[in-house]
Design a protein around this ligand. Structure first.
Ligand code: DC
Length: 222
């Protein structure tokens, strides 16, 4: 399949890179983190705690997550409501990381992601895309950066949106999220055996895009 899988830890620049790359290559960008975040909104609205496995499993049954593209941008619908604007807060991100350890949550999201990629070539970013969701992707990238750099980027992103950003707190949350995402039993974050490692700590966005595009073109020519 002609798709590109991009995995990596929080704040590595996956969504920025994947979005630009998809545009350049005329492919659809799929942000899988946004899907887990929409589920997290559903759980938070129900007042569920992240350690309530039974409550979260039951709440999965009442959550319908849908992806639509409006003016080329991914919109995430939760039970018919467009929740895209609610997804990128630290509270939702932390709940998404904590609730994504559960099998019923992952099973729903993986199936939805595979359905999307079956229709059209995609640039899909997440944690388990190269390992679980799209094992046959033409190119797999493991995009990472140092914790300090990722925290700094996340803080800038929040400030640009007018939200408060406490760098020490963000760094702590990122480390906690990395630990959880890498150590869960189902679909943990890890570099696929055939993924190309890209460390963006000292790279510009354009350099990362060029590196990935070259890798993709090399494979397309084979
Ligand atoms: O990429 P993000 O920060 O939007 O993702 C939020 C959380 O969702 C992340 O901490 C773990 C979970 N997630 C996942 O488990 N699998 C994915 N493919 C994408 C995200």
């Amino acid at each position: 399949m002609n798709s590109i899988a991009i995995d990596g830890p929080a704040g590595a620049g996956k969504s920025t890179i994947a979005k630009l790359l998809a545009r350049e290559l005329g492919m659809i960008y799929v942000d899988t983190g946004a899907m887990y975040r929409a589920m997290a909104v559903h759980f938070l609205r129900r007042g569920l705690s992240a350690d309530d496995a039974a409550g979260i499993a039951a709440a999965c049954e009442t959550a319908q997550v849908e992806i639509r593209y409006e003016d080329g941008a991914q919109q995430v619908y939760l039970n018919g409501e467009n929740v895209t604007g609610l997804l990128r807060t630290e509270a939702v991100g932390n709940m998404a990381s904590a609730s994504s350890v559960y099998a019923p949550v992952r099973a729903r999201m993986v199936a939805l992601q595979q359905d999307l990629a079956a229709k059209t070539p995609v640039v899909m970013d997440g944690r388990d895309i190269g390992t679980v969701v799209l094992p046959d992707a033409r190119l797999k990238i493991y995009l990472t950066a140092s914790v300090e750099e990722r925290a700094r980027r996340r803080a800038n992103e929040l400030r640009e949106k007018g939200q408060e950003a406490d760098l020490a707190q963000i760094m702590h949350d990122i480390e906690e999220r990395d630990r959880r995402d890498m150590n869960r039993p189902i679909g943990p974050l890890k570099q696929a055996a055939d993924a190309v490692l890209v460390d963006s700590s000292h790279m510009t966005i354009a350099q990362v895009i060029d590196t990935i595009r070259e890798q993709y073109e090399q494979r397309a020519g084979n």
